[in-house]
Design a protein around this ligand. Structure first.
Ligand SMILES: C[S@@+](CC[C@H](N)C(=O)[O-])C[C@H]1O[C@@H](n2cnc3c(N)ncnc32)[C@H](O)[C@@H]1O
Length: 260
């Protein structure tokens, strides 16, 4: 599916919110929606809904899939600092592009990340960071191999891989089964994908599905292992009746790409 020789070929792209992202030639896709904006998308689709649903917890373990430019992780730290939260956060983030992570100390991030530049530099250099409040670890390598080995139990999953069309093995039923296996019983998952196939893959693994709406943003999906009263619920059984063709994605349909 992807050509690793293209891994180092990336171009900086300016998003409509004024923040920078990259375009990946390997995946033929930008790292963020240039319309929604890198920082805006991280905050609105992942960080804010997650922290609003988990505001009662003193400690949170977050799975950030995948690290990329680190916007979701850095936006989480920015949000916590901005709101003077005392939440202790442990972030685990798979990523197989070591060169990208190591280059982040010189990436032109938005001014919002200035106060955490020392954390960006530490991660760029050591692939991890730890202080009394934050622990961030990059799980270097293929996420399909690293996720089943994770020992921590996860509260929040930011499912932010490249699109299902371009990176299918991080969106299949089996992928979500592996993610679910390391989740706490009340874990939530946030994703930009609203596709029926993706929602079905989550639903078949025990997640309830909800619509998430934010201002100046296309709607997105929140999935939860427990029923949530505060969000707009989607009845997936009804969706299956109305869209009888819809199927979750399966590893076997894409595994040939994994080995090509
Ligand atoms: C859309 S980008 C993630 C954007 C990121 N969340 C951010 O905020 O900058 C997807 C990332 O997944 C990584 N990736 C793709 N397939 C992977 C795999 N099987 N294992 C680990 N990382 C993978 C890519 O190298 C890329 O950095």
């Amino acid at each position: 599916m992807y050509d690793e020789t293209l891994r180092d070929q990336k171009e900086v792209v300016l998003c409509e919110d004024g923040t920078n992202t990259l375009y990946s030639k390997e995946f033929d896709e930008p790292y963020h929606s240039t319309k929604d904006g890198a920082l805006h998308e991280s905050l609105e689709k992942h960080v804010k809904p997650s922290f609003s649903l988990k505001s009662n917890q003193d400690t949170l373990t977050i799975l950030d899939i995948c690290f990329g430019l680190g916007y979701n992780t850095f936006a989480t730290l920015y949000y916590i600092k901005k709101h003077n939260l005392t939440t202790k956060v442990h972030i685990l983030s798979p990523e197989f592009d070591e060169g990208l992570v190591r280059s982040l100390s010189t990436f032109n991030f938005p001014p919002e990340f200035e106060s955490i530049q020392y954390i960006i530099e530490a991660i760029s250099q050591n692939l991890r960071y730890e202080d009394e409040q934050f622990k961030i670890e990059i799980l270097l390598g293929d996420a399909r191999e690293s996720i089943p080995k994770v020992k921590e139990k996860i509260d929040i999953v930011y499912q932010d891989a490249f699109s299902p069309a371009h990176n299918p093995l991080l969106w299949t039923y089996e992928w979500f089964r592996d993610v679910r296996a390391i989740c706490k019983e009340d874990a939530i998952l946030t994703t930009y994908s609203t596709a029926a196939a993706i929602r079905l893959g989550l639903y078949e693994n025990g997640f309830y599905i909800f619509v998430h709406r934010a201002e100046m943003m296309r709607y997105s999906t929140v999935a939860s292992l427990q029923m949530l009263e505060e969000l707009e619920y989607i009845d997936m059984e009804l969706k299956k009746v109305r869209n009888s063709e819809a199927r979750s994605m399966k590893d076997r349909e894409y595994l040939k790409d994994m080995h090509s």
